[in-house]
Design a protein around this ligand. Structure first.
Ligand code: HEM
Length: 184
């Protein structure tokens, strides 16, 4: 998310404006966090493009017929949510672009009411138990950064996302923080 904010100044400005409108220079509070609309759109689009989990693991118990497909009993299944999140049929030809406006009217509208199309935290009874905590933590941390700094990408940054258990930047993300408060 920091990478995408650093490389999309227009969205960073929108997010900063929203954070400062809602919290001013006060610590983020729960009432304000639920009002962060732009931030939520940016988080969803970041999770779509670079969600930490690239796949969901399931074990087939008994034989299942799925359309023309017959899944035998006792198989391991990897559901590549990274592929679903980058499917042009679902998201359009601009699928690889960072466009938080996709989520302007919520996840249901963005996915055309196809729940499986966007599942960065998994699906069903084994979905991530940390979802609310992770989203809250991201909103608080990014709000506190945007209350104090503008973020730009360092020329040293090399784009090399890798999946080692989770998706991460192979060489880190080097950014430049500039204080919004000149006396700070
Ligand atoms: C952006 C952050 C996170 C992402 C993208 C994420 C993603 C996921 C995914 C994809 C699964 C598998 C779900 C499935 O198979 O349907 C999962 C499971 C799980 N996650 Fe997260 N997670 C995040 C943060 C957290 C945090 C902060 C915690 C703990 C505080 C957490 C705890 C768990 C646990 C315990 C499971 C296993 C649930 C089960 O099998 O019943 N996760 N997570």
């Amino acid at each position: 998310m920091v990478l995408l904010l650093a490389s999309h100044g227009d969205w960073q400005e929108k997010a900063s404006r929203e954070v400062i409108e809602i919290f001013g220079n006060q610590y983020p509070n729960s009432e304000g966090l639920s009002k962060l609309k732009i931030m939520t759109m940016i988080i969803n689009e970041s999770l779509r493009l670079y969600g930490p989990a690239v796949g969901l693991l399931r074990k087939g118990g008994s034989e299942v017929r799925l359309g023309n497909l017959v899944l035998p009993a006792d198989i391991d299944i990897l559901i590549a949510n990274v592929a679903l999140h980058h499917d042009p049929q679902q998201w359009g030809d601009d699928v690889h672009l960072f466009k938080p406006e996709r989520f302007a009217e919520g996840v249901a509208k963005a996915t055309n009411y196809n729940t499986a199309a966007f599942c960065p935290f998994g699906l069903g009874p084994r979905t991530c138990v940390g979802t609310t905590f992770a989203l809250m933590e991201a909103k608080i941390a990014v709000s506190m950064i945007l209350q104090r700094y503008t973020i730009s990408l360092s020329p040293a940054y090399v784009h090399a996302p890798v999946s080692i258990i989770t998706v991460k930047p192979q060489h880190g993300i080097q950014v430049i923080l500039e204080s919004l408060h000149h006396d700070a």
